[in-house]
Design a protein around this ligand. Structure first.
Ligand SMILES: C[S@@+](CC[C@H](N)C(=O)[O-])C[C@H]1O[C@@H](n2cnc3c(N)ncnc32)[C@H](O)[C@@H]1O
Length: 276
């Protein structure tokens, strides 16, 4: 007999690239069970209320609403984050930025961290959950994104370590010094963005990087020297096609620092590190 999971996987097939995983995630959400439980129980049937939620969710998915927004949460760095259409859906590449930040923090025993363009708060919250006694600040231009970030910090019990403020990059920042500045800023060139499916699915403010995609990176790196500690690090996520251009922006802003291009797990240029 065909299981509910198999039927749902088939139904989700035209709606995304990972129908089997999406079907597991959706059923896990509706039944409030783990994905492993769903896989281990092919006999699963839904209650009438759960059935109703499934029908509603399928309608939303068919309207091109991403699954994380339909279920209202998404996994990142082994944690479950609240998400809404006000924030970017956290991506797996960004988990690599968190890993890199954590290895540096552990090796250097540094404590003061600034995350710019924090969105759901997934970067500072994942860092705070995996390193002790940190002092973190998250910045975003979007008040509604900050509202989600604050909810996530409460949910993961790190609200006492992370402050969130509304600011256009570093414009509203009081004089301060940070050991580590992380940022996954919008980096898709405006005209390219308009041609992509993501344009209608996630907030433009989280995606639009201006004419060449590097506007925000350029502005951040120009102001960052005033806020970075003498032996500090900046870690930026970039578009894989911007490697050399972003590196040259970093060299210009920090001529005496060691700026490097780092690759993601698929071997693509994905991060810039600047070490002073
Ligand atoms: C690509 S999303 C990254 C969100 C989150 N850090 C992550 O990795 O999932 C970029 C974020 O930058 C914010 N943003 C855009 N322009 C900004 C600006 N001028 N100043 C501060 N934040 C900005 C957006 O609201 C969005 O939350």
């Amino acid at each position: 007999m065909t299981s509910l999971l198999e039927k749902l996987t088939k139904e989700l097939n035209p709606l995304g690239d990972t129908p089997a995983l999406d079907a597991q995630v959706l059923l896990a959400h509706i039944t409030q069970k783990e994905r492993a439980w769903i896989l281990a129980h092919p006999e699963l049937t839904l209650s009438p209320a759960q059935e109703k939620t499934l029908v509603k969710s399928l309608d939303q998915l068919k309207e091109n609403i991403p699954l994380p927004y339909v279920i209202g949460h998404w996994a990142f760095f082994g944690l479950d984050f609240i998400v809404s259409p006000d924030v970017l859906i956290p991506r797996p590449e960004t988990e690599e930025l968190v890993e890199c930040a954590l290895s540096w923090l552990h090796a250097e025993n540094k404590k003061r961290i600034l995350d710019v363009g924090t969105g759901s708060g997934c970067i500072p919250i994942s860092i705070a959950k995996n390193a002790p006694d940190l002092n973190l600040l998250g910045i975003d231009l979007s008040p509604s994104a900050l509202n989600i970030a604050r909810q996530n910090a409460e949910k993961h019990e790190v609200a006492d370590q992370i402050k969130f403020i509304e600011s256009d990059l570093l414009a509203n920042l009081q004089p301060a010094t940070f050991d580590l500045i992380t940022a996954n800023l919008p980096y898709i060139p405006t005209e390219t963005l308009k041609t992509l499916d993501v344009y209608t699915r996630e907030p433009t403010l989280a995606l639009d990087g201006g004419t060449d995609g590097l506007n925000l990176v350029r502005r951040l790196l120009k102001d960052a020297p005033r806020y970075l500690a003498p032996t500090g690090m900046i870690l930026l996520e970039i578009d894989s096609s911007h490697g050399n251009a972003a590196l040259s922006v970093a060299h210009n802003a920090f001529p005496k620092a060691e700026s490097r291009l780092l690759q993601d797990l698929s071997g693509r240029d994905r991060f810039i590190s600047v070490q002073t």
